[in-house]
Design a protein around this ligand. Sequence first.
Ligand code: FES
Length: 309
Amino acid sequence: MLPLVVKRIESQSAGILSIELGDPDGVPLPPWEAGAHIDVQLVTRQQRQYSLCGDPADRGTYRIAVLREEYSRGASMYIHEYLREGRTVHASAPRNLFPIAPADEYLLLAAGIGITPILAMANELERRGATWSMNYAIRDGADLPFRADLDALGQKVTINSPDRAGRLDLESYLAEPRPGVAVYTCGPARFTDAVLEAMREWPRGSLHLERFEPKPAVVRANEPFTVRVEGTDVAVEVPADRSMLAALNSARVPVAGSCLRGICGSCAVRVVDGKAEHRDSLTSDEDSTTMYPCVSRALTPELVIAAPE
Ligand code: FES
């Protein structure tokens, strides 16, 4: 964790603050790419993931944005009520689970606070000279967060609010599958689920989405299983009432965890034998050999994972 000082807090809209963090001594920060997030640890000991929404070329500042949540689990309320410029927070180095993949054209779809990674992507795609457009769904166009940043991106950005371009009909906008076009989306679950549904006929791999909340999942009853660590004699029993991550940590296998809800990616391990039952919100390919043991389990009585680095 890096100790970072709060350099600037700015109100972006009625419920959204942007926060700029920097090294206390002005040392350049670890680099990042559009789509990356940092884990921020507060004095409350809570840890939350926030997408970086500033300029990756600015090595002196990380900019994040925090929505005041109606049913805050504490972090959002603390940040809005108590965090002040000059205070110190601790943050991880950036990690990118939502990178820009090669494509002929990019459709960026954001809603609400989901604008944060999408804004960084739009700036990056513009810098690259890529073909892209963005639709941003927001309740009130008069209370638009990141107005200056969005205005600077010009005509490629459409604001879908009742007082601007109106509601975006995702079903008709995405009705026609377009091979070679990549869709990146981030926002509340009902928005990302609607994008997912509208793209059911699109080629596999066209949709890239980032969730703030775990996706709804129908899961089978937990079964106990065994995890072995490749190249060692470590064999860990995972009982039905315990997560694989907790069992690994109890056996002193050093796998980090953060969200414990299958959305941040910090606990990723690589499966080298056996089959994982993916219960996270990050995996789109059921055959993926990357698994997130905070929530995911095994479909086979035994899993072998690569030794964590
Ligand atoms: S701890 Fe966040 S995905 Fe596992």
